[in-house]
Write a protein that binds this ligand. Structure first.
Ligand SMILES: Nc1nc2c(c(=O)[nH]1)N[C@@H](CN(C=O)c1ccc(C(=O)N[C@@H](CCC(=O)O)C(=O)O)cc1)CN2
Length: 308
């Protein structure tokens, strides 16, 4: 993190709210990744991303399709595994075993959430840690907890890494800032606290969840809010301090029954521009960063699996 852009403390702070543009930042990241992929290809190595989708949830289908479009954009090969809703745990584990041994697959993900009859934790544990493109295998999460990055740099969970890189891209310095994270899920809420409290970021983090007694009191104190509960518009901008940096991460996807079109809603209700100093919209903020970070993990894995 570079320049220090302290949150304004005055009442008209929101009039100059600036956009944390995830689409533009992800594009820049992908340009850099495409160069690294070209360098790998020049050495005869083509990275391959595998995705495993169980069932036909329209949101998950759309995210997986987006991941493969991104792969094509930067030159990564795609391996798509599509399984029926009634796939058993054993059948799913057998598919993962195939990917664990497939030399064309550098890294892969299992799209979440899984149908309820499947054991998500056991599934994540069955992914080879070296091919864990989501950074959600317990060994990789454990390395994040232990803050070990040498000699091998482990894959980091994509959404938290996307948040950190988005803030970094805009030169926002979180040193000494109080970050309030809302939501304790394994893909965002839990790991982001670990990233933001590393010495290179040096923020102070409060993790709020459904058991938090006075969420409003925590929100009112926050210099930075990471809203990752997945509850549509649960946070009103008026609950936040003037000058707050707001990252709207949670996703609620609603389909209009008349048009059949899906619309995305974040966790923060409309109007954040009038309160925040910086804000990430939803859509258009952390979502595209999540996708770019997935590619980054695949490229990193390919580089590490083929060290000169
Ligand atoms: N295995 C995983 N499953 C899930 C993850 C994950 O990181 N790994 N995160 C989410 C879904 N997700 C990635 O899979 C994801 C969500 C949203 C976006 C995105 O780019 N959103 C766009 C809007 C897209 C739209 O209009 O439909 C945006 O925010 O602009 C990318 C990836 C749960 N599952």
């Amino acid at each position: 993190m570079t320049e220090n852009l302290n949150a304004p403390q005055n009442d008209d702070a929101g009039s100059n709210a600036q956009l944390l543009d995830g689409r533009a930042t992800a594009k820049a990241l992908k340009t850099d990744l495409a160069e690294r992929v070209s360098a790998l290809k020049a050495r005869g190595v083509t990275p391959g991303l595998g995705t495993v989708l169980v069932g036909a949830d329209p949101g998950s289908q759309s995210y997986v399709a987006g991941k493969h479009r991104d792969c094509a954009e930067v030159g990564i090969n795609s391996i798509e595994v599509q399984l029926g809703e009634d796939t058993t745990q054993e059948e799913l584990l057998a598919e993962l075993e195939k990917l664990n041994h497939d030399p064309a697959c550098t890294g892969y993900i299992v799209q979440l959430p899984l149908p309820k009859h499947l054991d998500t934790q056991k599934v994540l544990e069955a992914i080879s840690p070296e091919k864990d493109a989501d950074g959600l295998h317990p060994m990789n999460l454990g390395r994040l907890v232990a803050n070990v990055n040498e000699p091998i740099s482990s894959p980091l969970p994509c959404t938290p890494k996307g948040c950190v890189d988005l803030l970094d891209h805009y030169g926002l310095d979180l040193k000494g800032k109080h970050v309030v994270v809302v939501g304790r899920g394994v893909t965002i809420g839990r790991p982001i606290g670990l990233l933001l409290t590393r010495r290179d970021v040096n923020a102070t983090v409060t993790l709020c969840h459904t058991g938090t007694q006075d969420l409003a009191a925590h929100l009112a104190q926050a210099d930075v809010v990471v809203a990752a509960a997945g509850v549509k518009h649960m946070i009103e901008p008026a609950q936040l301090k003037a000058g707050v940096i707001a990252l709207d991460v949670g996703v609620t996807r609603e389909v209009n029954p008349e048009t059949g079109k899906a619309k995305i809603y974040g966790d923060i209700a409309p109007g954040i521009e009038s309160v925040a100093s910086w804000y990430s919209p939803n859509p258009g903020g952390v979502g595209p960063m999540t996708r770019a970070e997935l590619l980054a993990n695949v490229v990193l894995a390919a580089e590490q699996q083929n060290q000169e």
